[in-house]
Design a protein around this ligand. Structure first.
Ligand SMILES: Cc1cc2nc3c(=O)[nH]c(=O)nc-3n(C[C@H](O)[C@H](O)[C@H](O)COP(=O)(O)OP(=O)(O)OC[C@H]3O[C@@H](n4cnc5c(N)ncnc54)[C@H](O)[C@@H]3O)c2cc1C
Length: 596
């Protein structure tokens, strides 16, 4: 198993050369004075160190050991507590947090890179700061000043951690059905009663206190999703002076045994009249949760990327060292009994597929982060509206496409190892098991696809889609005279036309057929994902051509080779996807349920 190394060179390429991040940060009111490329570089270097030296070395034993439940307490795997404390003391938990309450206020474009490193080092560990950051976002956006003052500083410093409590045994996707109740108390607090399941790091020993954001229903709440409110429920009650008081009536009943992310605790949380405080307006809890969901959904995509990149790093090292058979071109390694497997075209297909999806995903997560930064840090209303539309459109694709490809990639990474990929010692099977959950939680990928096609495309007649189309058309126009880029620009133009044509058809189909969206959604999201990656690979090819004369030629030559591989070997998938989509819902709905 290779030691995890953060892909710093590629991150710098994406930030500086593809997205010209210095110009973006200088143009935004909220980042102009707080970050520049030198500061960012120092942060990336430090994050790379902590990911490689403090977190990654724990991953394998933590997977074997898991978190353990003992009479309501959860003991984290060996080394996690100390690593979490080091991580917290370094200020990493508050990297993207609001500076008014002790966060560092860094833009998502930078935070996304740090998140990738932490998740690449170990996804189970990475979930703890990720959930805290999500909880902080919601509290910052919706809670009263009193709650913000009381809770945010300790969450940003990592002294406390956050958890998100939505799911119940009978209510996952359909949160309108939750049964947890919140009864008002005379002092303005609420008493919460009910059971939540699958709560990640809902209980553990790494932080002094755990702040749960819990969805529950008030006694007079309307039925369904319009009757959900959000409450802040600390594990240990916090006194007015900020000191810790009594234990609240919330307890971890058990933790799950599961396929992957075994080191993280997935908790059943029982609320028995636990004291909580309303965050945001009554019955508007889902909207409050959605504030953090765009961030968390991108965060889950980044988790997939982290695991997939770790798998690639291992696979390349193995493919260089493992000697089997001879190259079809004749012996490349005549002094040894066989050639390294990297000579074989099929092994190269595997490695290049992994690399093309991973580097595409890194550019994509940074691209979405760019729009999140504009939406958050700009002071121009028109730009904010545009950026918010792009975030809405791209977030479900970033969550589902990156994670679907991450599973594919980690499975390929396992395949490169042959039988050894199936054996625990090498770490490749852990990455497959870990990556799998990213397709499921934070809204299944099927639900992301329905969101993209239903709410974000059909419902607004393709308004957000047109923002993306206009941007890519602008890129195509601006580069139409470049002979060097023609090999990318021409097919990109054809793919964009195809996406528009298919979108027009599905919008039309959805008007006549209630099953049209559900039938086409997953393939539509993939078609969109491949097209977004085509745009980003063309952008990366452009940056590589611009950089190649200035030194580091191998890096840029490799970038161009992978771009060509993406266009030649992966992008043609869009043809099959388009055919699936245009087939409509007929073949799916023809079979009666009882005949399955
Ligand atoms: C390890 C782990 C960690 C988790 N962490 C957390 C956490 O920290 N906090 C938290 O609150 N939850 C957490 N979850 C819960 C997770 O978010 C849910 O499991 C997920 O959202 C799906 O809900 P469900 O399991 O109830 O599946 P269901 O909602 O029952 O869905 C079952 C299947 O039906 C499909 N489906 C459902 N409705 C539709 C529809 N309308 N159209 C088409 N298809 C549909 C789904 O896509 C899925 O394939 C976690 C889960 C796991 C396994």
């Amino acid at each position: 198993m290779a030691d995890y190394k953060a892909p710093l060179r590629d991150m710098r390429f994406v930030l500086r050369e593809v997205f010209e991040i210095d110009k973006l940060w200088a143009s935004l009111a909220g980042t102009r004075d707080s970050v520049d490329v030198e500061t960012a570089d120092a942060i990336l270097e430090q994050a790379a160190k902590i990911a490689a030296e403090e977190i990654a070395p724990l991953s394998r034993e933590a997977d074997e050991h898991g978190s353990r439940w003992q009479q309501g307490e959860v003991v984290s795997p060996p080394g996690f507590k100390a690593a979490y404390q080091t991580f917290a003391e370094g200020g990493w938990c508050g990297l993207g947090g609001n500076a008014e309450y002790g966060g560092m206020g860094m833009p998502k474009t930078l935070v996304a890179q740090v998140e990738e490193m932490v998740q690449g080092a170990d996804m189970s560990f990475g979930l703890a700061p990720m959930l805290s950051a999500g909880a902080c976002l919601s509290i910052d956006a919706h809670a009263s000043e009193e709650l913000k003052d009381k809770y945010l500083p300790n969450l940003y410093s990592g002294i406390w951690s956050g958890a998100m409590d939505l799911t119940e045994p009978h209510a996952g996707t359909d949160l309108g059905m939750i049964r947890t109740r919140a009864e008002p108390n005379p002092d303005g607090s609420y008493s919460l009663t009910g059971t939540k399941i699958f709560i990640t790091w809902g209980e553990h020993d790494m932080a002094e206190n755990i702040i749960h954001l819990v969805l529950a229903k008030l006694p007079d709440a309307p039925a369904g999703s319009k009757g959900i409110s959000m409450f802040l429920v600390p594990k240990i009650l916090v006194n007015d002076d900020g000191s810790l008081g009594q234990r609240n009536s919330v307890a971890c009943g058990s933790i799950e045994k599961k396929m992957g992310i075994k080191a993280s605790a997935t908790c059943v949380m029982n609320y028995d009249g636990a004291r909580g405080w309303l965050v945001g307006e009554r019955n508007r809890g889902l909207a409050c949760m959605f504030t953090m969901m765009n961030y968390e959904r991108l965060g889950v995509g980044i988790q997939g990327l982290g695991a997939a990149d770790a798998s690639y790093q291992n696979a390349v090292e193995y493919a260089r060292e493992r000697l089997q058979s001879r190259s079809p071109e004749g012996a490349k390694n005549p002094d040894k009994a066989a050639d390294p497997i990297i000579v074989h075209p099929d092994v190269r297909r595997m490695l290049l597929t992994m690399r093309a999806f991973n580097e595409g995903a890194r550019a994509f997560s940074t691209y979405v982060a760019k729009w999140l930064d504009i939406a958050k840090f700009s002071d121009d209303k028109v730009d904010i509206k545009h950026a918010s539309g792009m975030v809405a459109l791209l977030t479900p694709i970033a969550k589902a496409f990156i994670t679907d490809k991450a599973l594919e990639t980690t499975v390929i990474g396992q395949q490169v190892f042959g039988g050894h990929g199936f054996i625990r010692e090498w770490g490749q099977e852990q990455l497959v098991r870990d990556a799998r959950i990213t397709q499921i939680y934070e809204g299944t990928n099927g639900i992301q696809a329905m969101d993209l096609m239903g709410r974000k495309t059909v419902a607004n007649g393709g308004e957000f889609l047109q923002l993306f189309v206009a941007e890519v058309e602008g890129f195509i126009r601006a580069n139409s005279d470049s002979e060097a880029l023609a090999e990318f620009i021409r097919p990109l133009s054809a793919e964009l036309d195809n996406l528009q044509r298919v979108s027009t058809t599905v919008i039309e189909q959805a008007r006549q057929d209630p099953n049209a969206i559900g039938a086409a959604a997953v393939e539509y999201l993939h078609l969109f994902g491949y097209t977004v990656y085509a745009y980003l690979w063309a952008s990366m090819a452009k940056a590589a051509l611009a950089g190649i004369e200035g030194g580091d030629a191998d890096f840029y030559r490799a970038k161009l080779a992978v771009a060509r591989f993406y266009y030649g070997r992966l992008l043609p998938q869009t043809k099959a996807l388009s055919a699936h989509i245009l087939e409509g819902s007929g073949p799916l709905m023809a079979l009666e349920a009882e005949l399955f």
